[in-house]
Design a protein. Structure first.
Ligand code: CS2
Length: 465
């Protein structure tokens, strides 16, 4: 483990992260003081502290918050190590933007607190604070734990436990007796209820996961959970919790030990939690921020009336192709997206999938040919080692947003949806179940479509030529 540098005095001059030192230093606000200003106040709460959050929302906030007004207090979800890694670093981490030609390196300072997600007491205290203005979420598609009807999945024991807990919340100060909610949304509802009790300042909740209509969806499920607490809670959620819809995009693979070593060598800082990402980034948002927000548009975020066209373009083209490559690539000897897109048979399957999707996207305003060409280039960036295995995680949830809507639209238009059937067949093969059973879980109506089921079944075992 790294040697610890002695604590530095506040008067120490600013150092440049690009200087390569003979001895490697730990990364924190003393060794890397930036402009010398301390951490910004925590006005954003984040659930799901992983690599994507750091490459995306934390980067946007860092870039635009020159005045140091918007700190992020982040809680882990699936990556509990992130809090242990970032805690000793005072939230600082190195973001490496890895393009085809070279690396851009930035130390991101916007995360000011990093907590284990189980610290509901801290979450409650932050959300109850009137200065907290925004909650962002990157909890993954599966993390919303939704039932087919869009409500909370009550057959999930963790959801059932949280619902029981919400029904029996103690009176008074919830931070002092923070209930041990286990799901991300359960914890969020406990924290927001504490906010209501503390005076009820309005707040924005901003889901940044790859779900269709994520703001609308989160609003519906939060209202259902709030109703378990009581009618006043539900009414307050309805009037004062604004759920913003977003489309997010930045390809960010999991950090490896080799990445950590490279950052150590090139910066002279021993960063336990660097993030490697592509230069491209996109964030489209729609909704109100009743308590304010950072000026993310200064870093390229777009605030629009309707995210749906952008979100569909991204989910159906980028994420749909990712899932196709992840399902079909491994059997053809590929481990990364860059390898898989270089396989002519897979590239052709991706183009056919895009042709089907494109028929259901508006022709105006999305510049689809350019978008598709840019996607191929992004996928081909072999300096980003994006493992197919990572994308395969939770494929059952992902197909629902990435492939199923296109298949349904194609079938409704009287076509066979043969390009969509390819990844579905590969998934059926992996599940080792009849196509109809797998489709029943993805979309019960599509499972009734005998022609589509038969097509999928016929492709099992040989999805691409
Ligand atoms: C990927 C996404 O893992 C996956 O399912 O498709 O994480 C993808 O890399 C991002 O959405 C890109 O913005």
């Amino acid at each position: 483990s790294p040697a610890r540098a002695p604590a530095t005095s506040p008067g120490r001059p600013t150092e440049d992260s690009a200087i390569v030192n003979s001895h490697v230093r730990p990364l924190n606000r003393s060794t890397h003081p930036g402009d010398g200003r301390g951490p910004a106040p925590a006005r954003i709460v984040h659930l799901g502290l992983g690599a994507f959050h750091r490459a995306h929302q934390a980067w946007y906030t860092d870039v635009v918050d020159a005045a140091g007004e918007w700190g992020i207090a982040a809680f882990t979800g699936r990556s509990p190590a992130a809090a242990e890694e970032l805690g000793p670093q005072d939230g600082l981490f190195t973001l490496v933007e890895r393009g085809g030609g070279g690396d851009g390196v930035r130390v991101v300072r916007s995360i000011v607190e990093a907590w284990d997600g189980a610290r509901v007491d801290r979450l409650v205290a932050l959300l109850a604070h009137p200065e907290t203005a925004v909650v962002t979420l990157t909890i993954t598609e599966a993390g919303y734990r939704l039932a087919a009807d869009g409500g909370p999945d009550l057959t999930d024991p963790a959801v059932a436990a949280d619902v029981a807990l919400l029904r029996a919340l103690p009176d008074g100060d919830l931070a002092a007796h923070a209930p041990a909610a286990v799901t991300a949304l359960g914890r969020l509802v406990v924290g927001l209820e504490a906010r209501r009790r503390a005076g009820g300042a309005p707040i924005a909740v901003v889901p940044c996961d790859n779900l269709a209509s994520n703001g609308r969806l989160v609003r519906a499920v939060l209202l259902r959970l709030a109703a378990e607490v009581g009618p006043e809670t539900e009414a307050w959620f309805a009037s004062d919790v604004s759920c913003v819809s977003t489309s997010v995009d930045r390809i960010t693979p999991r950090t490896t030990d080799a990445d950590r070593e490279l950052v150590r060598q090139s910066t002279g800082f021993d960063d336990a939690a660097p993030v490697i990402t592509e230069p491209f980034t996109d964030w489209v948002l729609s909704g109100d921020f009743p308590a304010g927000r950072p000026a993310w548009e200064q870093a390229g975020a777009r605030f629009v009336a309707d995210v749906e066209p952008f979100e569909r373009r991204k989910l159906w083209l980028l994420n749909g192709a990712h899932t196709l490559l992840a399902l079909l690539g491994p059997a053809r000897g590929h481990t990364t997206v860059a390898q898989a897109i270089g396989d002519p048979a897979l590239r052709a399957a991706v183009e056919r999938l895009w042709d089907e999707a494109q028929r259901h996207l508006p022709a105006e305003g999305l510049d689809l040919p350019a978008y598709r060409a840019a996607l191929v280039e992004r996928f081909e960036n072999s300096r980003i080692e994006h493992l197919l295995e990572q994308i395969l995680l939770d494929t059952d949830k992902k197909l629902v947003y990435r492939i199923v809507p296109v298949a349904v639209a194609e079938r409704a238009a009287g076509r066979d949806a043969s390009a969509c059937a390819v990844p579905v067949a590969a998934w059926v093969e992996r599940q080792g179940e009849p196509a109809v059973d797998v489709l029943e879980r993805l979309d019960p109506a599509l499972a009734q479509d005998e022609q589509f089921v038969a097509l999928v079944e016929s492709l099992v075992g040989a999805p691409v030529a």
